[in-house]
Design a protein around this ligand. Structure first.
Ligand code: GZL
Length: 634
């Protein structure tokens, strides 16, 4: 009797559960159907978990920004730290018919396929951790290397002159972003021989694990004077471990800087942490760009890297003791607020005539700035000389422009003149090429390409087509201007992809200057040296075209017996591909004018702008050049 009663009770319970689950599912699906009906745009947000404060703050920023748009509805999912569940969440969101996906990944590798799948049908914005490859619409994140450097600089200041040991608490022992943070930190602290990083421990992003792991090792390191934790949650765990051992002279630095209970702001204010480095969630920016994407805005960057700031006890309170304990002053000087009607005086220093790419780039900036009624443009051409660029920047400082935009022809030698611009309160935007300076806060933003990826793309294309041709493929590389970011980084990306493949060998790598003439001269030299390459990789189209001329004069058939690849994807390259003389051109987008003008206007409005704005680019081969050339704008 009992067992049959129990059985029927169980069946009733199961039936009730099915009815309940069905009603919940029906209710949520019908609510979603209703949201879809009401909204022009239904945006799905897939979170890896909602137990990390950072993810909660991200969702709050997303909600707050979306409230500004009555035609936008949001659906949030929480994968509870489970990658399989996050994949399922994305599939469900796609079934609901979302118009755009915003995703913060639980695990980059495991989630890359589903992001790639979603990207086939709807725009996808990846937040925080990146996916492998570029199969997404846009990435918004922080610069881990810069975050590590900011923490390292604070650690060096705090420990200055003392012999000190440091313990580092990482969130994951083998992730790329963690390695970058660590590298940035070491970049500073290892400059002082008396400071030693004695131990790295894995806190797995958890406060309690960080506490337990640090408690376990502290007795072995009595000289520990500082703990650097890659999140404020783990930093709080470190604090608990240190106080449990009764230690008083150990300083702690964290990351995230969230303005929440036990967030970095709070812990710095309570003097539990000596400092925390903000790692913006990108929630607000993701909605801003989602609206632009869904409204069909043309200029959507591929990557946005948000600026990080130091929150520390040693800085004077800049925004009053209540809201923000201490923030490094933002470099948002712009036109004086007293007279907002005044035009923005924009000073631009351009490399000068160099390549067809450069001509398109210059025209794009000039046109975009001249279209703006509230911008007064001061444009100067440096004719390829760094000295002239420096001289022109100084003249713009004397003219008291509001913002300076320039293309550093080479990476180094800018510290002094950028310091002068900072002293004059003039923010500097780098466009196209980057600088290598001691203090990265000397420049406000970089707007340009990912040159390393451009080099990788050329090498991947070569591998895909010629990896199995047998024997060793000899390559001649024609480099751009010595010391310039595109030349350095294209070579880095190209050789990185070919490094583990013995069937490709760079037989000669000659240094040019991005001009047609240097491509012609260098190729003649290579031919005279008796090098018979199967592949020529030129760092830009102009040098490739010069090299093609030299090969033809030597009786060769470039594009046929010799594979010729270049970068830029200018119209001239398409014409050469259609003529069968060039096999591939990797796009390097010169049309940066609109993004530069947007950044200038945001700065003038004292808005904080991303530290890196990376343009979206593709690759173009001879097979489709005839079709593609019609769409080309430069
Ligand atoms: C790259 C740019 C390079 C182009 C060349 O952004 O600096 O300089 O690839 C140009 O064509 O001359």
């Amino acid at each position: 009797m009992k067992s049959s009663f129990r059985k029927s009770f169980l069946w009733i319970l199961i039936a009730l559960l099915i009815v309940f689950a069905g009603s919940v599912l029906f209710e949520s699906t019908s609510r979603i159907k209703q949201a879809k009906a009401e909204a022009n745009f239904l945006i799905g947000i897939s979170q890896p978990n909602l137990n990390e404060p950072r993810q909660i703050v991200m969702n709050n920023e997303i909600r707050k920004e979306a409230e500004k748009h009555s035609n936008v509805k949001l659906i949030f999912t929480d994968a509870a730290e489970n990658s399989e569940k996050q994949i399922h969440d994305v599939q469900k969101l796609m079934e609901y018919g979302i118009d755009l996906l915003i995703i913060s990944l639980n695990d980059s590798e495991k989630l890359t396929p589903i992001v790639k799948e979603a990207y086939k049908t709807i725009p996808v914005i990846v937040l925080g951790r990146g996916v492998t490859g570029y199969d997404y619409t846009m990435f918004i994140g922080s610069d881990n290397l810069s975050i590590g450097k900011i923490a390292g600089k604070l650690a060096s200041d705090l420990l200055a002159g003392t012999a000190a040991e440091i313990v580092e608490i990482k969130g994951a022992m083998s992730s790329t972003s963690e390695e970058e943070t660590s590298r940035g930190f070491r970049d500073y602290v290892t400059r002082s021989p008396s400071i030693q990083i004695k131990q790295e421990i894995d806190g797995s992003w958890q406060r309690d694990k960080a506490e337990d792991e640090l408690k376990r090792i502290l007795p072995f390191y009595p000289e520990v004077r500082l703990v650097f934790a890659h999140s404020d949650a783990m930093a709080l765990g470190a604090y608990r471990a240190i106080t449990s051992w009764g230690l008083s002279n150990v300083q702690i630095i964290g990351i995230d800087g969230l303005d929440t209970v036990n967030g970095g702001f709070d812990l710095v204010k309570q003097k539990i942490l000596s400092g925390s480095v903000t790692s913006p969630t990108g929630g607000r920016e993701s909605i801003q760009y989602a609206i632009d994407i869904l409204n069909g805005e043309k200029v959507i960057p591929k990557k946005i890297i948000l600026r990080s700031h130091l929150i520390a006890n040693q800085h004077e309170p800049l925004n009053g003791p209540d809201r923000q304990p201490y923030m490094m002053k933002l470099d948002t000087a712009g036109p004086d607020k007293a007279d907002p009607r005044r035009k923005i005086k924009l000073g631009v220093v351009i490399v000068g005539s160099e390549s067809s790419w450069r001509a398109a780039n210059t025209e794009s900036i000039k046109t975009a700035a001249e279209q703006e009624q509230d911008i007064e443009l001061f444009m100067q051409y440096a004719e390829g000389s760094q000295d002239k660029e420096i001289e022109m920047i100084r003249s713009l400082i004397r003219q008291k422009v509001d913002v300076i935009v320039f293309t550093p022809i080479v990476e180094t030698g800018w510290d002094e003149v950028l310091e002068e611009a900072r002293k004059a309160g003039i923010p500097v935007i780098l466009t196209d090429r980057k600088v290598k300076v001691e203090d990265d806060s000397l420049w406000t933003t970089f707007i340009g390409s990912d040159f390393i990826e451009e080099g990788r793309r050329a090498a991947r294309w070569l591998l895909e087509r010629y990896a199995n041709r047998g024997g060793v493929t000899e390559i001649v590389e024609l480099q751009g201007t010595a010391g310039s970011a595109p030349a350095i980084e294209r070579r880095q990306g190209f050789e990185e992809v070919l490094a583990n493949n013995s069937s490709f060998h760079v037989a000669a790598s000659e240094i040019g200057d991005f001009t047609y003439d240097s491509g012609f001269q260098l190729m003649n030299k290579v031919i005279k040296d008796g090098v018979m390459p199967q592949v020529v990789f030129a760092h830009n189209d102009d040098m490739a075209l010069g090299a093609i001329k030299a090969m033809e004069q030597a009786g060769m058939k470039p594009g046929k017996d010799i594979v010729v690849m270049s970068v830029d994807a200018t119209k001239l390259a398409f014409q050469a591909m259609i003529a069968g003389k060039l096999n591939l051109s990797v796009e390097c987008n010169p049309l940066l004018g609109p993004q530069i003008v947007k950044a200038v206007k945001d700065l003038a409005a004292a808005k904080e702008i991303p530290v890196n704005i990376i343009t979206s680019e593709g690759i173009f081969s001879a097979e489709t050049a005839k079709r593609d050339i019609a769409m080309r704008k430069y």
